[in-house]
Design a protein around this ligand. Structure first.
Ligand SMILES: C[S@@+](CC[C@H](N)C(=O)[O-])C[C@H]1O[C@@H](n2cnc3c(N)ncnc32)[C@H](O)[C@@H]1O
Length: 205
C-alpha cells in the first residue's frame, strides 16, 4: 500500500491517473530492492513522488531525469501549456522550481536525485545498471525512440520497463510511446507484465 503522503497529490500538476500511480509504486517497490530506478520525464514530480516513495522504502535511489523545458505540448500556444511554469525573462518553460518544491514537501530529497538534462546527454556516459526505467518524456517518435534506445539497454535482467501514454487507437493519443512498447516486445528481450490504463509494464528477460 502507498504510504501516507504529506501533501495533496491532486494539487500536484501532472499527467498520471491514480491507478497508474499505484502500479508505478508497486513495481518500483519490487524493483528498487535490487537497484536504482530512473524516470525520464518528471515535470512537476507527480510520478517522481510515487516512484520515490517506493525507492525510499528500500533505501534505494530514484534518478529523475528531465530538462524541465517541457515537451512539445507544453510550449506556448500548445494544448498543455501552463503559464505559471513559464519563465518569461528567459522565454522558456521551467518546471524545475515547482518540481523541487514538491519533492521537498514529499520528504524525498535524500532519495530523489534530479538530473536536469536532455535524455541523450544524460545517457552518454551512464554505466550504472538500472532496476527499473519509466519512460514518460517527449512524445515525438524521435524523442521516444531516443529514450528507448538510450535507457532500455541499461536495465539489468529481471528489471522493469514501464512506458506511459500507450494508445492503440491513434484517435485517442500519440503513437510514439506505443511504438517503442511494441519495439520492446518484438525485441524478444521483454515480456509483458501488466497493463494499467495507459501504462504498460514489461519485464526484462
Ligand atoms: C508528460 S511530462 C511528464 C509527466 C510526469 N511523469 C508526471 O507524472 O506528471 C513529459 C516531461 O518530459 C520532459 N522531456 C521531454 N523531452 C525530454 C528530453 N529529451 N529529455 C529530458 N526530458 C524531456 C519534459 O520537460 C516534460 O517535463
Amino acid at each position: 500500500m502507498i504510504p501516507e503522503i504529506p501533501l495533496d497529490m491532486d494539487q500536484i500538476k501532472g499527467f498520471l491517473a491514480a491507478d497508474e500511480a499505484g502500479a508505478l509504486y508497486r513495481y518500483a517497490l519490487q524493483a528498487s530492492a535490487a537497484g536504482p530506478v530512473l524516470e525520464i520525464g518528471s515535470y512537476c514530480g507527480k510520478s517522481t513522488i510515487y516512484l520515490g516513495l517506493a525507492c525510499q522504502a528500500n533505501d534505494s535511489t530514484l534518478f529523475a531525469l528531465d530538462h524541465h523545458r517541457g515537451s512539445e505540448e507544453h510550449q506556448r500556444g500548445e494544448m498543455f501549456h501552463d503559464p505559471a511554469l513559464y519563465d518569461s525573462g528567459a522565454g522558456v518553460m521551467d518546471s524545475f522550481r515547482e518540481f523541487r518544491r514538491n519533492i521537498r514537501a514529499a520528504g524525498l530529497e535524500q532519495t530523489v536525485v534530479p538530473i536536469v538534462a536532455g535524455s541523450a546527454a544524460a545517457a552518454r556516459h551512464w554505466q550504472t545498471p538500472l532496476a527499473m526505467v519509466f519512460i514518460d518524456g517527449g512524445h515525438s517518435l524521435d524523442a521516444a525512440l531516443t529514450d528507448y534506445r538510450c535507457w532500455a539497454p541499461l536495465l539489468r535482467p529481471g528489471g522493469i520497463l514501464a512506458i506511459h501514454d500507450l494508445f492503440e487507437d491513434a484517435a485517442a493519443g500519440g503513437q510514439a510511446p506505443y511504438a517503442i512498447y511494441r519495439m520492446a516486445l518484438a525485441s524478444g528481450l521483454f515480456a509483458p507484465l501488466a497493463r494499467v490504463n495507459s501504462l504498460g509494464v514489461l519485464g526484462r528477460l
